[in-house]
Design a protein around this ligand. Sequence first.
Ligand code: NAD
Length: 480
Amino acid sequence: MQKIVNYINGKLIEPLSGQFLENINPAEGKVYSLVPDSTADDVQLAVEAAQKAFPAWSKTAAEERTKILWKIADLIERDLDQLALAESIDNGKTISLAKSLDIPRAASNIRFYATAAQHFASEAHVNEEDSVNYTTRFPIGVVGCISPWNLPLYLFTWKIAPALAAGCTVVGKPSELTPMTAYLFSKLCMEAGLPAGVLNIVHGLGGKAGQAIIEHPAVTAISFTGGTVTGKKIAATAAPMFKKLSLELGGKNPNLVFADCDFDQAVKNSIRSSFTNQGEICLCGSRIFVEHSIYDRFTEAFVKQTKALVVGDPLQEATNLGALVSEMHMKKVMGYLTLAQQEGGKILTGGHALKLEGHCAQGYFMEPTVIVGLDEKCRTNQEEIFGPVVTIMPFDTEEQAIAYANSTPYGLSATLWTENLKRAHRVAHQVKSGIIWINCWLHRDLRTPFGGMKQSGVGREGGWEALRFFTELKNVCVKL
Ligand code: NAD
């Protein structure tokens, strides 16, 4: 059985305790590899390595950091097929999505920040009368980067790349449910010549290895992506230690479809924003609000296209939805289907777990599910389900659509479908979400700020925001 190991001080090493956890292939429901059950002792080793590497890495010329990061991106692209296969097996996502989205984006994340390192500049404020202020930024130190299971290498690199580009050294922890590509990535970092200790990857449980990273006094900033409940716990630990925090948390995103939309585009892309990656993307639009006059037509077309989606072996190119990440997660998602019906919801399509044939017979598969007949306040429409489940509800006026959109404690993203330019801007300004997509979904420009409002998080990733996060400011005032 393949053993994943930690990457500490430039070496691949087993956890000090010698203990491992079972890593399951969700499409087969079977253990297929072992992942370190790291403890605070492993984190201590990783932090010491990162502390030792910090002085040299933080002073390495940006051009040199760029070269190494660029090489890592090249190696990700060289190994795209192998990494995509590993991601699909580890997470249950389709191989086609891993090949077209996850792994190419991991390479882009690294390349984007490889070059950004050289373009990050200081500010100056000149007072004509008597002084010049200049504001410099220094790499903040050893940082912790903790990522979830839904887009494993994509989100892990989204944090690590700006941290390394800024000159920080990193202790990273991928999700214990999907550790494989981070492990393969550590080998690529070694091959690319990343100096020892600059990046350390400690595998293991959130409450053990993750918590030890958060609690460690030498870790000065934490970049975390995951659930809102975990985010609260992390904030409670880190805030009294005055650590800098970036929290990218859950979502319950609205998808507003106005009668004046391009109907075919709205339906087609709503299918994408509902069911891509089995609905396990924080940006998926799980609450679809449709203007009354096109509600029946939209719902009919949406259900028809949902029924045409193929749930199956993630390794087959024709599959649209693969397996959910774990048995526990699937039970949680299925539990919401029971709740939705108790709340008066009607399932128009889906609603069942699926038993596949052959090697996927024990996997965690379910039908994409469409529910109608619920109001915006019920738990099904307030809580993050994070699976292939959407609700469709009608609205009458623009004001009502905005009120429905803003009716949850979350505020990550929102999608609007309308051909009316004025309306698009008007609504975009009133919806309380960090990211608004008008007539598109998951259309990403890495320069833009990424993150949520309300319980969807604190701070923003992306573009300069991430480099600002991983640096500390100092203003120098010179009297002329
Ligand atoms: P999770 O919060 O359970 O775990 C995320 C990571 O945190 C994992 O690596 C886990 O091991 C670690 N962790 C857990 N407890 C910890 C602790 N006490 N201290 C330190 N680390 C700890 O989330 P998940 O189930 O892996 O991911 C799904 C969630 O992530 C969903 O809520 C989804 O919306 C959210 N998400 C948000 C974004 C975003 O950009 N806003 C992106 C992807 C996923």
